[in-house]
Design a protein around this ligand. Structure first.
Ligand code: NDP
Length: 316
């Protein structure tokens, strides 16, 4: 199966790149584990142009509907875009002699002249004692999926960045009490409006300058222990659930050794063109070393990477 361009990923960067590539009449394949990526877990997204207040899943649906208008088998039938969902790319290799690439998924090997990597980021996991025992038994990484399970329960949110704050806000609709464990002495992040709302919400108690030490339980989580950074005092609190939002790492392990990455594992790109260290391979969005990790920026970077791939293919 030979293509001019393979786009790897299913988030806003990948979907936007695919629309731009299809409209440039590039023979394109998009391979994604799932369409939507991290965006699926976002609660209300207030800062995407033109559609304020949509849930992450609804914005994903809109993006996917738009994308599918350009699919080869769509009613329009004038574009050459194929979409394969439920496949994970494991490796990229240079194809022998041709100057092309082999993209190896868990199902097939594809040959292509160019690639855009827009795989985003994978959530960072907790490492304290009790994590393994209680994962799925009170410890969760997805408020959008699991918040309703904690109606009238006491919960804690670990990590107080934008995602942690968003999780607390979702939980105010269900839980009876929410502890927010913050490493810092104030709430950080972009959404100042949400921070003000959380400060006024009586169910929410922010524990500042603390770290989680361990998770306790029986069949399910029953308590956690945290330590104050300054006083070193340790305290145990009763909780029925723990929501984890401690950031993420770039989903770039499958290009290790092939592309230049920074110390965080982000793919280093030219910020004007999304070109990586290997000609013909481009990268876009949260998997790269661009500073701001935002849906709207990833969508823009995806478009940019597709236009760069178009120019590369034209001049090849
Ligand atoms: P962030 O990395 O921004 O925040 C994670 C927080 O968890 C940090 O304060 C981090 O501290 C802390 N943390 C890390 N490890 C631990 C640990 N073991 N225990 C406790 N706390 C820990 O990730 P987010 O997912 O919140 O956000 C990612 C990006 O997405 C950001 O750029 C954010 O602005 C954006 N975003 C924007 C939204 C919006 O605008 N509404 C909504 C959601 C995300 P430390 O910094 O010390 O590692």
């Amino acid at each position: 199966m030979n293509y001019e361009l393979i786009i790897i990923g299913g988030g806003p960067g990948a979907m936007s790149a695919a629309i731009y590539a299809a409209r440039k009449k590039i023979k394109t394949l998009l391979v994604a584990k799932i369409l939507g990526g991290q965006m699926m877990e976002g609660y209300q997204i207030e800062n995407y142009l033109g559609v304020p207040g949509l849930m992450g899943a609804d914005l994903t649906k809109k993006f996917a509907e738009h994308l599918k208008k350009f699919e080869k088998n769509s009613g329009q039938g004038i574009f050459d875009l194929e979409i394969k969902e439920g496949e994970e790319v494991k490796n990229i290799k240079m194809a022998p002699d041709s100057g092309e690439f082999e993209v190896c998924s868990d199902r097939r090997i594809y040959i292509t002249k160019s690639i855009i990597i827009a795989t985003g980021r994978a959530e960072r996991k907790l490492e304290v004692p009790g994590t393994k025992e209680f994962e799925g038994k009170g410890i969760t990484y997805c408020a959008t999926c699991d918040a309703p399970l904690f109606r009238d329960k006491i919960v804690a949110v670990i990590g107080a960045g934008d995602s942690g704050q968003d999780t607390v806000w979702q939980l105010t609709k269900y839980a009876s009490k929410i502890y927010l464990l913050n490493r810092y002495n104030e709430l950080r992040g972009d959404d100042k409006n949400l921070q003000e709302k959380l400060k006024k919400e009586p169910k929410v108690q922010t524990l500042s300058e603390v770290e989680l030490i361990k998770i306790l339980g029986d069949k399910f989580v029953t308590a956690l222990v945290y330590r104050n950074f300054r006083s070193k005092e340790e305290k145990q609190i009763e909780v029925n659930g723990i929501f984890v939002e401690i950031g993420s790492t770039p989903a770039s392990s499958f290009v290790k050794g092939l592309l230049r990455c920074n110390e965080k594992g982000e793919i280093i790109v030219d910020h004007n063109s999304c070109v990586t260290s290997v000609p013909g391979i481009f990268a876009a969005g949260d998997v790269t070393d661009i500073l701001e990790k935002q849906i709207i920026i990833s969508a823009g970077e995806g478009a940019k990477s597709a236009l760069s791939a178009y120019n590369y293919l034209k001049n090849r």
